[in-house]
Design a protein around this ligand. Sequence first.
Ligand code: SF4
Length: 428
Amino acid sequence: MIFRALIVAMRFSCIGTRMNTITTLDTARQTNSQLRRFAGNATATGMMHVMARNSKIEWCDDTWNIITGCTLVDEGCRHCYAAHLITSWPAIGNHPSRKGLARKNAAGESKFTGEVRFNEDWLDQPLRWKKPRKIFVCAHGDLFHETVPDEWIDHVFAVMALAPQHTFQVLTKRPERARAYLNGDGLEMGDASRGANIACIAQDDFHQHLHGSTFFTPIGNEEEPQAVLTTWPLPNICLGTSISDQASADQRIPHLLAAPAAVRFISAEPLLGEVDLKATRYGHMTAISRLDWVIVGGESGPHARPMHPEWARSLRDQCAAAGVPFLFKQWGEWLPLNQTALGADDAYYHPAPEEDPELSSRCKYDSLCIAPDGTSYSTGTAHQYHRIAEGAFAGAGHMQCFKIGKSRAGRLLDGIEHNGFPQIGGAA
Ligand code: SF4
């Protein structure tokens, strides 16, 4: 979509920026000082380019942890994996980008402190990656956290606009802020749109990358080169929101669908209850009819909660009926009995003792039983004779699960690997 009005707004906006900051075109120094200026509860760091590459996350190639740090939003955050990594892996937790951002509480749970950090030395990283990648933005934080200044987000979007070869996956638990930001709410007079602001930063701080950039059109002259952002929303950005249950779906997805975005997706991980995307409404439309991608996953980590297989099946079937790409990321720590390979459940039990073959086998793993409403109870700990609680398998839909670990539990749903991806402007 081409916004001619943007050109006018862009000229006005950039001129205004120049008048306010006379050294604006002196790029990196200006960027850094600007970023520090906006730090409150938020801080900016400087460091070497040592970002982790080639992520193990199933739906991206790399992470770009340009902003780190967060705070808990809801039950889905209870065992936040990012906070867990920071408190459990010294190589991550002691790095300047993460140090002090999370700590363990008295119960041994890892929690973010609420500080957010702008890792500005990583700002141009995607511009230096020439081959197309699917890049998860802020895997250890939330780009739209309430204490992240708009100016930081502007810089992130400017870089994404200058890297059309990549697909950026922006996942947030704060889609109401994403919606407001992308719609340009709160911009001052003279800034006609968010896109105009972003174009201004791209021109002022990364002008050497503007040449040939597909989302910008050059204007101006040699003495005063300028460019306008002619594509908005950016086609190489997927905007997503995390949900865990029906309540979080009903609260967040309408904001996601109201935000200007080329591709919209949900990540239902950790999935903690059944979600009916036909019941989640957006005006007179159903959520499932407006989404471009659905990711589903169970929880991982030491305190992980189980995912009932019917919840995952339901979302798979809703996506199939609506023609929405579906990616099943993982079972997480717990594998349901009905998802074990045929006969493989025997592998979870020690053989019955020879001297008393009638005696039931000891289970090698912790096990529990989960009901469709999410209630669960332990049926035994590893290497014990597991109790089958009264009625454990009598209730409709009750399911035994084994805590065999994320990698062993795998990512087959009813024996099939689901790797759906949406059609996007960048790398597919
Ligand atoms: S929003 Fe995401 S990063 Fe932030 S605490 Fe929750 S799970 Fe962790």
